[in-house]
Design a protein around this ligand. Structure first.
Ligand code: SF4
Ligand code: SF4
Ligand code: SF4
Length: 264
């Protein structure tokens, strides 16, 4: 592993893996880790609070900065209060929008059926709240208490694995998605590149266009080419009898389009 990748990995290991995007990096902790390795300030992780900002400053040998403020009160460990989401299940209409929004796949349910949150897995990232059309998801304080450092590390490792599994699933569904997409598409390429160079996280594969779909597109282009050729022949015949400016322009356009399709 090269030293830059290893630095990103060491930074990522200190981030909470909530994947909330509150640091300004929509796709979560890894893009922020990469940005920090390239010089971005290391105090922007809101759920990590002061302990994470300080640990990063120490790792990077940079001056300590005051951590970005959270809207939640600070716990005894210096981090903001941990929260959990809960669905008011009697109000849920089963639209499934919250499922693809959850980065750690903590929501279960299927179309038109009531959904529930697996509270043990929920990080309180809030990403499921804005997409819910009936506003039936609440955030409540996590009453489980503050985890030990060992437990926190295990939890972070698990969340990282779950996020990579989520990215891979979203990537698979990208081409034939039947459920709603509520989160902007994740930059899968960055995760694929990082996972390929890192043995501790699951590999992310970019899914190429399926042969069946490529064949369908090919068939579509063949039909379009045939139609264009017929139109061009017809116009050439008409223009050989009598010149017409409009038809000449149309012929030029169609011929150009035909060439573009043939080159594609
Ligand atoms: S947990 Fe911290 S680093 Fe990760 S996405 Fe949220 S704010 Fe960014
Ligand atoms: S259930 Fe909602 S708040 Fe909990 S982790 Fe998933 S998206 Fe975040
Ligand atoms: S987004 Fe809201 S209504 Fe839709 S399934 Fe999730 S909780 Fe239920």
């Amino acid at each position: 592993m090269n030293s830059h990748i290893s630095l990103i990995q060491n930074i990522d290991a200190l981030l909470p893996q909530t994947q909330c995007g509150l640091c300004g990096h929509r796709d979560g902790c890894l893009p922020y880790a990469q940005a920090i390795s390239e010089g971005e300030a290391a105090n922007k992780c809101v759920p990590g609070g002061q302990p994470v900002a300080d640990a990063l400053a120490q790792l990077l040998n940079r001056p300590a900065l005051i951590a970005e403020e959270s809207i939640w009160p600070i716990q005894a460990d210096g981090r903001p209060q941990r929260m959990k989401a809960v669905i008011r299940e009697d109000e849920c209409i089963g639209c499934t929008k919250c499922i693809s929004a959850c980065p750690v796949d903590a929501i279960i349910g299927s179309g038109k059926l009531m959904h529930s949150i697996l509270t043990d897995l929920c990080t309180g990232c809030e990403l499921c709240i804005p997409p819910c059309p009936v506003d039936c998801i609440d955030l409540i304080p996590d009453v489980d208490g503050i985890p030990t450092e060992i437990l926190r590390k295990a939890e972070q490792d698990d969340l990282r694995q779950r996020y990579y599994a989520h990215i891979q699933r979203e990537e698979k569904q990208r081409l034939h998605r039947k459920c709603p997409v509520v989160r902007a598409e994740i930059d899968t390429a960055l995760f694929a590149q990082f996972s390929a160079q890192n043995d501790t996280i699951p590999d992310i594969q970019i899914i190429e266009k399926e042969p069946e779909m490529a064949a369908k597109l090919d068939a579509k282009s063949t039909i379009e080419l045939a139609k264009l050729r017929v139109q061009i022949k017809k116009l050439e015949k008409q223009l050989s009898v009598r010149e017409d400016t409009k038809k000449r322009l149309l012929l030029d356009d169609l011929t150009q389009h035909l060439h573009q399709l043939q080159e594609a």
